[in-house]
Write a protein of this length. Structure first.
Length: 66
């Protein structure tokens, strides 16, 4: 991390205080910014997904094409 002082002449103690406050604030914000885990998918929904396949529209049913 790089800090650049543009005005004034802070003492090393003042810079250390600013770095401590900013670092703690950043760590707290990063800890709170966790996305919730998605709800688990039920076994019924997982197994039912493969039961139905889309209908193919270009083909007749057996030998009957209507």
């Amino acid at each position: 991390m790089r800090i650049e002082v543009r005005r004034g002449a802070p003492t090393p103690e003042e810079l250390a205080a600013v770095i401590a406050v900013v670092s703690e604030s950043y760590a707290q914000e990063a800890a709170e910014a966790v996305a919730p885990e998605p709800a688990p998918e039920s076994a019924w929904r997982r197994s039912a997904r493969a039961l139905r396949t889309p209908l193919r529209r270009g083909f007749g049913w057996g030998r009957f094409t209507g």
